[in-house]
Design a protein around this ligand. Structure first.
Ligand SMILES: [Zn+2]
Length: 311
């Protein structure tokens, strides 16, 4: 009897340990040969294991192109397994859109020789990667087991490129971070926008240059896309996600500048009302507070000369 309970205990432990790192990734087909793994509209937690991000893949004629490897080694190993259930073709390229941990900490599941990023993104991963990984360990725990930073082996450059028999346009931009890559598939007119576009979830701004980001959104609006995969949020087949991201960032930018010109302190800015149309965005209260903490000190500093000349 004692042996049976011990066996049962081991079995339960194994099941729980196994389930604890099962991301249950299910690819959704969003265009011909284009698939997306949709993350939850949540903060990092021990429940979601960091699966708060959209990653995706493109099936070419002789290989598969992955866009972002996700938050952990376990995630990307499961991403890879899920891809192999769709096609027998090997993954021949992984593009990293930007140096945020939920987008690149799965690199380890792939050979560095097939991982590609813009040079400034690789540099940011080299400089900050370990600290970002440590922070994610703290936030999501065991899901990160065995995860280490793996740097891209191929430098990406803006322009047309044929990969795995698929004609792509790599678009170098900035605003969400100082280096954001977008991947545009010419055959299906699908744009992987990375975190330059959010939908249904408040944008994050820890490394953002908001005016620069707004200018990039204008450039995205000029692109002829039929499908847009945002970094976080629902895949769209129109420009609604671009419009929502722009609307929010414009309100945030103008609101903070106006608050600084009135001389409000950070606590007063935190208490300013959030418009009804943004209250429906996931994580709005937390992201708004975080954005004020990131952005307001700089905006306040810039507004000082104007205040001084008014004296
Ligand atoms: Zn990001």
């Amino acid at each position: 009897m004692r042996r049976l309970s011990a066996a049962l205990f081991v079995c339960l432990w194994f099941t729980q340990a196994h389930c604890a790192t099962d991301y249950a990734l299910q690819p959704t087909s969003v265009a011909d040969g284009i698939y997306v793994f949709s993350g939850r509209l949540e903060n990092f937690s021990r429940e979601n294991g960091g699966n708060i991000v959209n990653t995706g893949f493109i099936v070419g004629s002789d290989g598969v192109i992955v866009i972002d490897s996700g938050p952990s080694r376990a995630y990307a190993e499961q991403q890879r397994a899920a891809i192999s259930r769709v096609t027998a073709l090997p993954v021949t390229r992984v593009f990293v859109t930007h140096a945020h941990p939920d987008h690149f900490l799965g690199n380890q599941a792939y050979s560095p020789q097939i991982i590609s990023a813009l040079p400034a993104t690789s540099e940011a991963m080299r400089t900050n990667g370990d600290a970002l990984a440590d922070n994610l360990y703290r936030l999501v725990g065991g899901w990160m087991s065995g995860t280490q930073v793996v740097l891209p082996g191929i430098g990406a450059a803006a322009g047309r490129i044929v990969v795995a028999g698929r004609s792509l346009r790599l678009i170098a931009a900035s605003g969400h971070t100082d280096c954001d890559l977008m991947v545009y598939d010419e055959r299906t007119r699908t744009l992987f926008a990375g975190d330059l576009v959010f939908f249904g979830r408040a944008p994050t701004t820890p490394n953002a240059d908001v005016p620069r980001w707004l200018a990039t959104l204008d450039e995205i609006d000029q692109l002829d896309f039929a499908t847009l995969v945002p970094g976080h949020g629902i895949v769209m087949h129109d420009h609604a996600a671009v419009a929502e991201t722009r609307d929010y960032l414009r309100w945030l930018d103008q609101g903070l500048k106006e608050a600084a010109s009135r001389g409000l302190d950070m606590n007063e800015v935190m208490r300013l009302p959030i418009p009804e149309r943004f209250k429906k965005l996931a994580l709005i209260d937390g992201e708004y507070a975080r954005s004020i903490a990131h952005l307001y000190p700089q905006i306040e500093l810039k507004s000082l000369p104007a205040l001084n000349t008014g004296r």
